[in-house]
Design a protein around this ligand. Structure first.
Ligand code: ATP
Ligand code: MG
Length: 178
């Protein structure tokens, strides 16, 4: 059975907690919709869709070898996509190194036969779906020292999506190099 896979950055407990606190704010709750459960919060880098078992093994092997340099992301911007009803947090400024890493990932995936959909990458963390815009939402930026790039599987169940982390990418051991 093929599995529905995506590559994402997985937040640590601190970031997860801070994002959950933002979700709990009244301006956010007023936007209603389906709040993403804290355990599900992530930033998708690439959605791969249905992948068969042999492709999955190849992806796991590549991702395990992929060195993701930790990057600091400042989530300082709230946004809303009316067509999909997605309420998200994003970055005013995306670090250059992060764009380069996303590009490198794309090259690796292309080598495995996964082509980008051409819509471009908009770094964001979805906080709620089927939501309205969050009006007058002022908040302290969330600083995320992102280091866990993962391959995840999604099962869409009646009670909502369930994600499983299949493999984490290698992380550059910057501390050891210095
Ligand atoms: P549900 O679809 O049941 O509401 P979900 O969107 O969390 O839940 P998936 O649809 O499996 O679960 O998506 C997994 C991740 O991939 C999410 O971050 C989602 O936004 C992203 N994603 C899903 N489909 C696409 C797509 N066509 N293009 C880009 N990203 C996608
Ligand atoms: Mg979806």
């Amino acid at each position: 059975m093929p599995r529905r896979l995506f590559v994402a950055l997985w937040p640590d407990a601190k970031v997860r907690r801070e994002l959950a606190m933002l979700q709990a704010r009244s301006e956010m709750r007023a936007a209603s919709g389906r709040t993403v459960p804290a355990k599900n919060i992530h930033m998708t880098l690439r959605f791969l869709g249905d992948v068969d078992a042999s492709q999955q093994r190849a992806l796991e092997a590549r991702l395990a070898e992929f060195v993701f340099e930790p990057v600091t992301l400042t989530l300082d911007r709230v946004g809303y996509w009316p067509r999909s009803g997605i309420l998200w947090l994003g970055l005013r400024k995306t670090p250059r190194s992060f764009n380069i890493a996303a590009q490198r990932l794309s090259t690796e995936l292309r080598a495995l036969g996964f082509r980008a959909d051409g819509r471009g990458f908009k770094a964001h963390v979805t906080l709620a779906r089927d939501a309205g815009p969050a009006k007058h939402f002022v908040f302290n930026p969330v600083t995320w020292h992102a280091r866990d790039l993962v391959l995840a599987a999604s099962e869409r169940l009646p009670q909502g999506a369930r994600y499983t982390v299949l493999v984490r990418s290698g992380t550059a051991k910057i501390d050891c190099i210095r």
